[in-house]
Design a protein around this ligand. Structure first.
Ligand code: PEP
Ligand code: MN
Length: 342
């Protein structure tokens, strides 16, 4: 249910509604807009309906949220878009984010060289995995704690916020010490316990779409994070599995405008994992930015030929500035501005 308050409603009116919602064991998620406050009430529908909030002081109307995902639905924000501010960098609404860095943290030299290059090229955040989900259990699994330490050093050096993956709730504490955004990978999109845990941690989350997940499943997964009171969620289209085998995954560009119709959450696109090939990364990035994506997350490596994982898809760090200029121009076509200097 969605309780739309009157523009004249006082803070006491809002608090009173929240208390009544909570009194029946439901959760209240107030969202304070420029003109009105809207309170999402999530829980047992019958209990909430029995409260008869319609007619309470300050309440304008009570509306049912039609979609199965409630807090992620566009309806609950009354057309307002969520804009996240992470280390001074905005993403969402009119703000375009460019997240770049290596697939995985391999060494101090590799990470810092990539970090310097993406900073110089105007990236707004640095990516890099310390914990890697690998298809083979025999493949390199990431540097773990040592990788986190190197990410902390890169952050200190460049000032760039860090986006890094969490695979196991047992690593949450050390990851929280370094990460500005926790990435939940495609393979963990439906790890509901992990989603709830990260929701409770309250840190911004980049939630990747599962390899075969529908948009509704992606939105339902985001709901697990939102329901814990964590509103800082970005969705990430990273390619889905289709019958096509000429490239790694099929980048679902249609998901961009469709997600924007369904949700207020920012939509980020990962062209690297979708393509699996460097030559496809730029055209896919341009298409995604022009189609209205709120950001791109792209893999960049100083020496991709020597990369431990995903070498064939990582951009050369020497080429990043040129690439970033092209992407910014495409984002401008969609009416978005990219912050270059924080
Ligand atoms: C990654 O971004 O490093 C990654 C493993 O991506 P995905 O979960 O989309 O495969
Ligand atoms: Mn990768």
């Amino acid at each position: 249910m969605m309780i739309v308050m009157k523009p004249t409603a006082s803070e006491e009116d809002v608090q009173a509604v929240i208390e009544r919602i909570e009194s029946v064991g439901a959760r209240a998620h107030p969202s304070r807009g420029d003109e009105v406050t809207v309170i999402g009430a999530v829980g047992d529908l019958e209990h909430i309906e029995r409260l008869e909030l319609q007619g309470s002081p300050g309440v304008d109307r009570v509306v049912r949220i039609l979609k199965p995902y409630k807090l992620a639905s566009k309806q609950v924000k009354q057309g307002q878009r969520t804009v996240l501010e992470i280390g001074g960098r905005k993403i969402g609404g009119d703000h375009f984010g460019l997240i770049a860095g290596p697939c995985t943290v391999e060494s101090r030299d590799q990470l810092l060289t990539a970090a310097d290059a993406v900073l110089a090229g105007g990236a707004t955040m640095l990516r890099g995995g310390a914990y890697k989900p690998r298809t083979s259990p025999y493949a390199f699994q990431g540097l773990g704690q040592e990788g986190l330490r190197l990410l902390a050093e890169a952050k200190e050096r460049t000032g760039l916020p860090i986006v890094t993956e969490l695979m196991d709730a047992r690593d949450l504490e050390p990851v929280l010490e370094v990460a500005d955004v926790i990435q939940l990978g495609a393979r963990n999109m439906q790890n509901y316990a992990l989603l709830s845990e990260v929701g409770r941690a309250g840190i911004p989350v980049l939630l990747k779409r599962g390899l075969s997940a529908t948009l509704e499943e992606l939105l339902m997964a985001s709901e697990y994070i939102l329901k814990e009171g964590n509103e800082s969620v970005m969705l990430c289209e990273r390619g889905i599995r289709t019958f096509e085998t000429a490239y790694r995954f099929t980048l679902d560009l249609t998901a961009i405008p469709v997600l924007k119709e369904l949700t207020h959450l920012p939509v980020v696109v990962d062209p690297s994992h979708a393509a699996g090939r460097r030559d496809l990364v730029e055209p896919l990035s341009l298409a995604a930015a022009a189609a209205g994506a709120d950001g791109i997350i792209v893999e960049v490596h100083p020496d991709p030929e020597q990369a431990i994982c995903d070498g064939p898809q990582q951009l050369y760090s020497d080429d990043f500035s040129r690439y970033a200029n092209q992407v910014r121009a495409a984002a401008a076509v969609a009416g978005k501005a990219v912050l270059v200097d924080a």
